[in-house]
Design a protein around this ligand. Structure first.
Ligand code: GLN
Length: 507
């Protein structure tokens, strides 16, 4: 096999099952690729070569012994650095957790280990998952493999870039307002935010508990279904986990790939497909909609009038929850501890103040201040309370829409990848990138982003978003796989094959 890093996870799994390769070979190929391109991409904060190779050898031994194996046993994966990994550093992209090594695994990580996926390392991210460009990482930005002067999206730019640059066939991300889907859109990869409660959040360092979800970052829709199937399901350690079996996601992806969508009703969201979008993004979106029609789907326009308030609602609820969550970084139990200068006998509060000042970046501080203000007495009802009411209106818009259609669609992000630094000093411009992804988090419904092609003006990937009712995640895979098959038939190859090669690229 010429270049193992080019295999999708499903292809790698097939090659393993057929005895054409080994997990050690796959993992070593990924590690070699990481060594070759990380200098340019910086997708990882920590690479665990020895640990990954040890897990790979164990997978090969299990296979040789004829033990029962998970479908993805032996296929390597990268993990966003916001998920706790026993024995591996977990920084959340923040100085305040520099050097912290968790004594336990997040449930999703425990599931990866139990299924035998070698963990290549931890991926870069905006500090505490706050951002849309990965420029808010305390450890420096990640660069978009399509154009190294551009952002890879955020907050999960590391996971998306690792998968787009063929450093890993699979990665885990987390999506609070779009951090899986928006990086997916701007890197030409597939990203899924599952139904809220469908995947355990235990061991995910929370930004905003009522919005956060862990999900797959992959190169194909089928790979996302395979990974979602593995990490999903009830977890008694997460009180918001849904105690109900997942639909058959992998079967839905396989069925969708056959390309027949007759009987399916698709709604184009009026409020998310007009003003504020780059022309090339809208053009690719419209082409994809036309392909859905060709596949037999009926397409109608659906208005969700309260979606125009989604951004404002999110930027109240999220900072409120974040400010409360981040109170635990108090320099007393773990993480950075800074002794204030010029104070002889500093109180615990003095130490906390100095440590939080040194350990948190500007965006984190901005959100702590916003959240604390919005929750303060006298303002709580006006801000937090009102935002929760509008959240209910947005959920009702989804309910009404899903009475008319099976899935809703929109472009994933308003633009293709922008230049590094372009929006760094303009928080509002940065926040606007999540215009189309945030409603799903507020309502808890699942969403997928898959590449819809390259925008004419800059030749960079655009993303297509599909949203489904809560617990109907299988629809994302059926429709996503059908669209992916139709698009690839048009392109003649997966979109990522068109990405420029990076230094050290052997492909
Ligand atoms: N970009 C959004 C934010 O800054 C979403 C982040 C996320 O989903 N983690 O909050």
């Amino acid at each position: 096999m010429s270049d193992l890093t080019r295999l999708t996870a499903a292809q790698a799994a097939d090659a393993l099952a057929a005895g054409e390769t080994t997990s050690v070979a796959l993992t070593q190929a990924a590690l070699d690729r990481i060594a070759a391109v990380e200098g340019a991409v910086h997708a990882f904060l920590h690479v665990d070569a020895a640990g990954a190779l040890e897990q790979a050898a164990a997978s090969d031994a299990r296979r040789a012994a004829g033990e029962p194996l998970h479908a993805l046993d032996g296929v390597p994966i990268a993990v966003k650095d916001v998920l706790a990994t026993d024995g591996l550093p977990t920084t959340c992209g923040s100085k305040i957790l520099e050097g912290w090594v968790p004594p336990y695994d997040a449930t999703v990580v425990a599931k990866l280990k139990a299924a035998g996926l070698p963990i290549l390392g931890k991926t870069n991210m905006d500090e505490f998952a706050m951002g849309s460009s990965t420029e808010h990482s305390a450890y420096g930005p990640t660069y978009n493999p399509w154009d190294l002067t551009r952002i890879p999206g955020g907050s999960g730019g590391g996971s998306a870039a690792a998968v787009a640059a063929f450093e890993a066939p699979l990665a885990l991300g987390t999506d609070t307002g779009g951090s899986i889907r928006q990086p997916g859109a701007v890197t030409g990869t597939v990203g899924v935010k599952p139904t809220y409660g469908g995947v355990s959040r235990y061991g995910l360092v929370a930004m905003a508990n009522s919005l956060d979800q862990v999900g797959p970052v992959t190169r194909t829709v089928l790979d996302a279904a395979l990974l979602h199937d593995l990490i999903g399901g009830h977890d008694p350690l997460d009180s918001t986990s849904i105690d109900q079996p997942l639909p058959d996601l992998v079967a839905a992806a396989r069925e969708g790939a056959a390309g027949d969508l007759s009987g399916l009703k698709v709604g184009v969201i009026t409020e998310l497909s007009g003003d504020g979008y780059q022309a090339g993004v809208l053009a690719r979106f419209q082409e994809s909609v036309d392909l859905l029609v060709k596949a037999g789907a009926e397409v109608v326009e659906v208005s969700c009038p309260n979606f125009v308030h989604a951004l404002a609602t999110y930027y109240l609820i999220m900072p409120c929850e974040a400010s409360s969550n981040l109170a635990k970084f108090d320099a007393m139990r773990y993480g950075l501890r800074v002794l204030p200068e010029g104070i002889d006998n500093p109180s615990a509060e003095d130490v906390m103040r100095a440590s939080r000042d040194a350990g948190f970046g500007d965006e984190v501080k901005r959100r702590i201040i916003l959240g604390t203000y919005a929750l303060s007495s006298g303002y709580y009802d006006a801000y937090y309370g009102t935002a929760q009411k509008v959240r209910t209106l947005i959920t009702r818009d989804f309910d009404a829409a899903f009475e008319q259609v099976d899935v809703l669609v929109s472009p994933t992000a308003p633009t293709t990848a922008f230049e590094l630094g372009e929006k760094l000093d303009d928080p509002i411009a940065m926040y606007l990138n999540d215009l189309a992804t945030i409603p799903a988090n507020l309502a808890g419904v699942p969403g997928i982003s898959l590449p819809s092609g390259l925008a004419d003006e800059d030749g960079l990937p655009a993303g297509f978003q599909i949203l489904a009712p809560a617990l109907a995640d299988d629809r994302l895979y059926r429709v996503g796989a059908a669209l992916e098959a139709a698009l690839e038939a048009q392109w003649g190859a997966p979109l990522l094959d068109k990405a420029p090669s990076l230094d050290g690229d052997s492909a």
